[in-house]
Design a protein around this ligand. Structure first.
Ligand SMILES: Cc1cc2nc3c(=O)[nH]c(=O)nc-3n(C[C@H](O)[C@H](O)[C@H](O)COP(=O)(O)OP(=O)(O)OC[C@H]3O[C@@H](n4cnc5c(N)ncnc54)[C@H](O)[C@@H]3O)c2cc1C
Length: 394
């Protein structure tokens, strides 16, 4: 098995090995546009307005952002992507990325769709996990009230019970089919009841293996203590523990809400503090590898390197089934493809769903890839480097 010292995230020939010259040029054109802050801001405004006015922008989005960042509009559409990634030993996580639906009927529909992903993943080593986003199947109001210790109305009690029913149905289906499932994390003001419910499900379904995995946002103050307490609970109640670590995606929103409502900012004071917490959490998981499995959901090169080092120090093989590295489809191929090439377990979230419904997801990706203080995104620089490398070979 390859030693981690041989990994280089700078090797663009491996990173873009799945892309033809034509595909690479298409990515270049897309990232060149996203590089411009003003265009992304105007584009976001235009797309939102056009969708509201029902203008025909679907094809425009589909041929650009959608094709780069999504597998397709359905599971069937995503088959080609699953196959392509599998060719390079990268697993797929089918991520039903529809957002903004908030009726009980829509939540039931999402539960049915997640169950379809579980059935597709069953017995397929190329789809090692499924995933769901809590608010895709849960009404926010009762969660918020439960967290605040406020009484629920009759209707909210029903909505809250429906969350438990849906999640139990989905995780039960995962258990029956032997498919591991991530529960994503979202806003801190609804996370406590989500965690409690998740731990109930872990206790129910993780007795023999890690089926249900919780997500820990390390940008939140005190998250390492929370992770430690979660492991203690798993030990006391004798179930296996799966942790997906992320830094956290909702920093601005969290800070704005805390300032507006006058409670302490739940986010670490700065980026180095978040980085430290993330890396400490990786260490904690590897130190407790006998009970914990970890999936590092990150595009941060240092954290990805660190995890390979921690594994090597702990005498673990690169493909130890207790450790996964995860990135988003269409991003950080230099990390995913180089890690997979060195024999690590790598997975990509492959979002799918009707074009109009995944727009919020796509606009977040566009914003992430604009230049910061005039500095182009790492992604754009790597694509440029690979185009130059290929040209120099002719
Ligand atoms: C496979 C996968 C699954 C994911 N699942 C989830 C999920 O369930 N829930 C979720 O919330 N996010 C999720 N994310 C997104 C993730 O939380 C991050 O937003 C994203 O990956 C960027 O962080 P990074 O580790 O890749 O790298 P980096 O680019 O090194 O870190 C950027 C992150 O650092 C933190 N940060 C930036 N500036 C500051 C600051 N001033 N102070 C404190 N912290 C700061 C923020 O969290 C920011 O997103 C997922 C990402 C991946 C790849």
């Amino acid at each position: 098995m390859t030693n981690n010292k041989e990994i280089s995230f700078n090797d663009t020939s491996v990173a873009f090995s799945s892309k033809s010259n034509k595909e690479l040029k298409r990515s270049y054109a897309l990232f060149a546009v996203m590089d411009k802050n003003l265009i992304v801001k105007l584009g976001t405004f235009f797309v939102n307005a056009a969708l509201k006015l029902k203008l025909p922008v679907k094809n425009l989005i589909k041929n650009n952002l959608f094709n780069h960042f999504c597998g397709g509009e359905s599971i069937e559409d995503s088959e080609k992507t699953i196959e392509e990634l599998a060719e390079y030993n990268i697993g797929t996580i089918l991520d039903y990325a529809v957002e903004g639906e908030n009726t009980e009927a829509a939540f039931d529909h999402t539960a049915d769709e997640i169950i379809r992903t579980i059935h597709r993943a069953k017995n397929d080593p190329n789809i090692p996990f499924c995933v769901f986003k809590p608010t895709g199947m849960a009404s926010i109001d009762p969660l918020e009230k439960v967290q605040l210790g406020q009484p629920l109305s009759k209707e909210e009690k029903v909505e809250f019970e429906n969350i438990r029913i849906r999640w139990t149905r989905v995780c039960g289906e995962s258990y029956k089919n032997g498919v591991k499932i991530f529960i994503d994390s979202e806003d801190s003001y609804i996370q406590d009841p989500i965690d409690r419910l998740t731990y109930e499900l872990m206790e129910k379904y993780n007795k023999e293996e890690k089926i249900v995995w919780n997500t820990y946002q390390m940008y939140r103050v005190g998250m390492l203590d929370h992770l430690e307490a979660a492991l203690k609970r798993a030990e006391e109640r004798n179930y296996f523990f799966g942790a997906k670590l992320v830094r956290g995606a909702y920093m601005e929103k969290e800070r704005e809400r805390a300032a507006e409502m006058g409670y302490p900012d739940p986010i670490q004071p700065n980026k180095p503090a978040t980085d430290q917490a993330y890396d400490d959490a990786l260490k904690f998981c590897i130190e407790n590898k006998d009970r914990v499995s970890v999936c590092s959901g990150s595009h941060n090169e240092n954290s990805n390197y660190l995890l390979t080092e921690l594994m090597s120090e702990a005498g673990m093989k690169n493909n130890d089934p207790r450790v996964y590295f995860a990135q988003l489809y269409g991003m950080s191929d230099h990390i995913s493809f180089n890690l997979a090439n060195a024999g690590y377990n790598v997975v990509k979230y492959v979002p799918y769903g009707p074009v109009g419904s995944v727009v919020p997801y796509l606009l977040r990706r566009a914003e992430e890839n604009t230049s910061i203080k005039g500095q182009s995104s790492r992604e754009f620089l790597l694509i440029k480097k690979e185009i130059k490398r290929r040209r120099s070979q002719h």
